[in-house]
Structure formats: C-alpha cells, structure tokens
Design a protein around this ligand. Structure first.
Ligand SMILES: Cc1cc2nc3c(=O)[nH]c(=O)nc-3n(C[C@H](O)[C@H](O)[C@H](O)COP(=O)(O)OP(=O)(O)OC[C@H]3O[C@@H](n4cnc5c(N)ncnc54)[C@H](O)[C@@H]3O)c2cc1C
Length: 299
C-alpha cells in the first residue's frame, strides 16, 4: 500500500502537491506531498494517528522563517494558522494563546486587556507556534520570557502540558522533547495601567524605516554572533546589493535577503552560502542561519 494513502475522511480534505511558495513569505518552495489544514485539535489528533509511522511531518505557521527547497517537502505539512486560534484571558496576568494566533493579534489584544510588554509581538509576521519554536523576539522582548507552560501534541496524537522548564531556551533557540509540536501556551504579562497602542505604532514605524517591509523576505537571515551584528558584518564585507538569480542582499538591511519575484529557493540558498563564506573570509566569523531550511534540492 502507498505509505501516503489516507482514510477516506481525510482523503477529500488533503491537498496533494501543494506549492509551498504559497505558504512562505519568501514566496519560494516546491510542492508538499501532502498539505493538511486540521479543523481543530481532535481532527489533528485523528489525522496524525491515521498516518503511517514513517511519514515525515512538518508543522508550519505563516512560513515567515522558512526556506523550502525547490524539490518540495516529503510527507505531510500541517498548517496551523487560524486553526489553533483561541485567545483568552485566564486571570489578571495570564493569557491562553493558541499556536495559530497571529503574533500581531496577540500584541493588539494584550494592549486592549491592559497587559504588557507584548507590543514587540506586533511586528513579528508569524503565529505563536512559530514564535515558540524560534523564541522570536524584537526590541528587547522575547517570546519565552512570557511562557509559563505549553500544550503539545506528539507524533502519535498524544497531548501534554509541559512547564517552560522542560525546554532549553536561548537566543532564537528552543530545544525540547523531539517530535512534539505546540498547540498553544499559557503566557504571563504584567498588568499595565496605560494601554500601549502608540508603542505598537512606533515600533512598526521604526521597522518600516530600517527594514525592506513589503518585499518578499524572511526577516533576518542570520542570527547575530555574540557581541556583534550580522548586518554589520555582511555590509562591511561589501555584500549589500549582491545577488544570485532573483535573490539579493537588501540595500536597506544587509541581514535581509529579498526575492525580486523571480528567485527560486536554490538562488536564496546559494546566496546564503556565499554570504557565509565571504563574511568568514573577511571577518573570520561563521554566520549561523536563523531561517529554517527544509525540503529536497532539485536534482
Ligand atoms: C519582515 C519580517 C520581519 C521579521 N522580524 C522578526 C523579528 O523581529 N524577530 C524575530 O524573532 N523574527 C522575525 N522574523 C522571522 C519570523 O517572523 C519569526 O521567526 C516567526 O516567529 C516565525 O513564525 P511563523 O509562524 O511564520 O513560523 P514558520 O516560518 O511557519 O515556522 C518556523 C519554524 O517553526 C516551526 N513551527 C511552526 N509552528 C510550529 C508549532 N505549532 N509547533 C512546533 N513548531 C512549529 C516550523 O516547523 C519551523 O521550523 C521576521 C520575518 C519577516 C518576514
């Protein structure tokens, strides 16, 4: 039997050979063999349990930190945006946020509730699940500083609640139990006397001045090495504006690679490797990609 054959209740809802370029902010990426959007948690559990144990599974949020190679993704991609979408206030300071809630929505709702600091979430163009996987942060704020516990689902469809202490968390790094994905988190903020809607507007305006917002990118490509900035190292290595195919190091922010509309994933990956090699030659520092690179190369 085909390892990717599915029971009839899922066969009608699965998309086969879905172009991942539709689901990534770089707008590149080959097809996912199977692409599934669950209705809710129970549906996701039943789906995971129906899969052959060897079928690879990739969860995605808004694809704003993902480079999917042109040969596509083997197995199943599970889309979470808007699915695990509950956002509710649990107590004076605590909030439940589903992993499919957009970070911008979390920021705005916290302002309405008089909770903070959550403004930094406003400019992160992903969902909470992606922010939990990446420990996303901006302007001094970081996702895991607010996590009390997470609810996860594993490959067999088993749900667990885990305290934040089960995870080893650092700068854009989160190491936890393997083959478990986030359904949501209990987050803690401080009660704020004044709503900070103007802070959100200010932070978004600052981004517009310094980042190529509106162009296809995945934000910062590399993490900052200790005590330095990847953007500074790339710029001073003379790489601003350097391109491979339709991919180019942004003139506005050297740690961004933008797609001019014609790039494929191989162009972007080749440019990432070129930037790494050049910066290492010039500065003696090997930059580490922040973006997650997944999928198969084309032969
Ligand atoms: C213009 C721009 C600006 C950006 N600015 C910032 C910034 O200021 N700070 C910052 O930190 N990042 C920034 N980013 C990067 C990106 O938005 C963040 O990393 C974000 O948290 C990714 O969320 P996502 O939902 O898009 O995740 P995706 O890109 O879909 O996935 C990222 C990773 O998380 C995993 N994942 C997704 N959902 C789950 C889940 N539910 N459970 C387990 N794993 C999961 C995926 O498998 C993948 O490995 C920026 C990106 C862009 C395009």
């Amino acid at each position: 039997m085909n390892a990717l054959a599915l029971p009839p209740e899922f066969e009608g809802r699965i998309v086969r050979a879905e172009p991942m370029s539709k689901h990534t902010s770089w707008r590149v990426g080959g097809p996912a063999e199977l692409f599934f959007t669950p209705r809710d948690t129970d549906d996701c559990v039943a789906f995971l349990q129906s899969l052959a144990p060897t079928t690879p599974v990739l969860w995605i949020g808004l694809g704003s930190n993902l480079l999917v190679r042109d040969g596509g993704v083997r197995g199943v991609v599970i889309a979470t945006h808007g699915v695990f979408a509950e956002l509710e206030r649990l107590s004076d300071q605590d909030v439940w946020c589903g992993s499919g809630v957009a970070c911008a929505k979390l920021a705005k709702q916290c302002v309405k509730w008089g909770l903070g600091p959550a403004e930094f979430f406003a400019g992160i163009p992903g969902v909470l699940g992606g922010a939990l996987a990446m420990n996303a942060g901006a302007f001094g704020g970081e996702t895991w500083r607010h996590v009390l516990s997470v609810t996860t689902l594993d490959r067999n469809g088993v749900r667990r609640e885990r305290p934040a202490s089960d995870y080893n968390v650092g700068y854009r790094r989160v190491v936890g139990p393997p083959d478990e994905w986030f359904l949501g988190a209990r987050l803690r903020f401080e009660a704020r006397a004044e709503a900070a809607a103007h802070d959100i507007r200010m932070l978004l305006a600052r981004r517009k001045q310094t980042q190529p917002i509106g162009q296809w990118s995945c934000g910062s490509v590399f993490t900052n090495p200790p005590g330095d900035h990847a953007a500074r190292l790339i710029e001073t290595a003379g790489l601003k504006g350097f391109g491979v195919g339709g991919a180019r190091v942004s003139e506005m922010h050297a740690n961004f690679i933008v797609n001019d509309g014609t790039a494929c994933a191989a162009d972007i990956e080749a440019l990432i490797e070129h930037v790494q090699a050049t910066v290492e030659r010039v500065h003696g520092v090997r930059l580490t990609p922040e973006v997650r690179i997944v999928g198969e190369k084309t032969p």
